[in-house]
Design a protein around this ligand. Structure first.
Ligand code: CP
Ligand code: NVA
Length: 301
């Protein structure tokens, strides 16, 4: 059984295979050819947090693959009334063929996966967001070429997205330059683990140094879901960590800009950059659909 809890649950070759399949699946869809390997299969989608892209891409993806998806918000299931995660996992996995979960604590997802008898996919936790990296690398390679050996610059919070970019450096072999304010760095355990596995990752407090000659600049909100109360404090801490024209100019002239979205223009990125010619954020958002269809096929077919 294949869970997808972090990128490191699959090998680099498997990650590559998923992206290859994503390209084929996308082409088929654009040509209007049906591709329904999940006929008769059902995906349970548990959400403890808000979502636009993840929810819609998984639900539409399951439909296009011939299956069915059930949206299960914790506020309207017994999970939200305290039914143990372990019990919910055992019950749901007797009825559905796969489960995606978006929640706060990564341990909740891990406990769910431990008791589930069907594949469980991480649809974002406070710790990681691996589905987004599949779509992001896929998007980079659609616009440029193989990401291996290229330089990705992460500017901003050492959050769940930063963590997944770090894991992605192991799977896909890009060099990663991270620039974070001092108290908002990625978890050193995750960083050490990735470096041990051969990832080339630098960490500094200089956005300009991180962006220099980078092939891809990427960032995320300063306050993630669950951190709304820290917004004002974070705005101060991150004031010098905005992706703007100066940073884009420091990067390679061919550099792309990405953002997992939702974005806050005027905070982590200027309108000029996100709506500018180097930004590929709309393709990136669309590619959540194609990359996750390939992932669903990989885990469920
Ligand atoms: N990028 C992303 O996961 O978006 P949603 O929060 O809208 O799902
Ligand atoms: N870091 C953001 C990502 C949203 C897709 C959050 O967790 O809210």
């Amino acid at each position: 059984m294949k869970h997808f809890i972090t990128l490191l649950d699959i090998t680099g070759d498997e990650a590559r295979h998923i992206l290859k399949r994503a390209a084929k699946i996308k082409k088929k869809l654009k040509e209007g050819k049906p591709h329904r390997p999940l006929e008769g299969k059902t995906l349970g989608m548990i959400f403890d947090k808000a979502s636009t892209r993840t929810r819609v891409s998984f639900e539409v993806g399951m439909f296009q693959l011939g299956g069915h998806a059930l949206f299960l918000h914790s506020s309207t299931t017994q999970l939200g009334r305290g039914e143990p995660v372990e019990d919910s996992a055992r019950v749901l996995s007797r009825m559905v063929d796969g489960i995606i979960i978006r929640t706060y604590g990564h341990d909740v997802l891990q406990r769910f996966a431990e008791f589930s008898t069907v594949p469980v996919i991480n649809a974002l936790t406070d710790w990681t967001h691996p589905c987004q990296i599949l779509a992001d690398v896929f998007t980079y390679e659609e616009h440029r070429d193989c990401i291996k050996g290229k330089t990705v610059a992460w500017i901003g919070d050492g959050n769940n997205m930063a963590h997944s970019w770090i894991n992605g450096a192991v799977s896909f072999g890009y060099r990663l330059n991270i620039a974070c304010p001092k108290n908002y760095c990625p978890d050193p355990r995750l960083l050490d683990a990735a470096r041990t596995l051969g990832a080339e990752v630098t960490l500094s407090a200089s956005p300009l140094a991180a962006a220099k000659d980078a092939d891809l600049l990427t960032t995320d909100v300063w306050a993630s879901m669950g951190q709304e109360k820290e917004q004002a404090v974070r705005e101060k801490a991150f004031a010098d960590f905005q992706v703007n024209k100066t940073l884009m100019h420091a990067a390679h002239p061919d550099a792309l800009f990405m953002h997992c979205l939702p974005a806050h223009r005027g905070e982590e990125v200027t309108g000029e950059v996100i709506d500018g010619s180097q930004s590929v954020v709309w393709d990136e958002a669309e590619n959540r659909l194609h990359a996750q269809k390939a992932l669903l096929e990989f885990c469920l077919a």
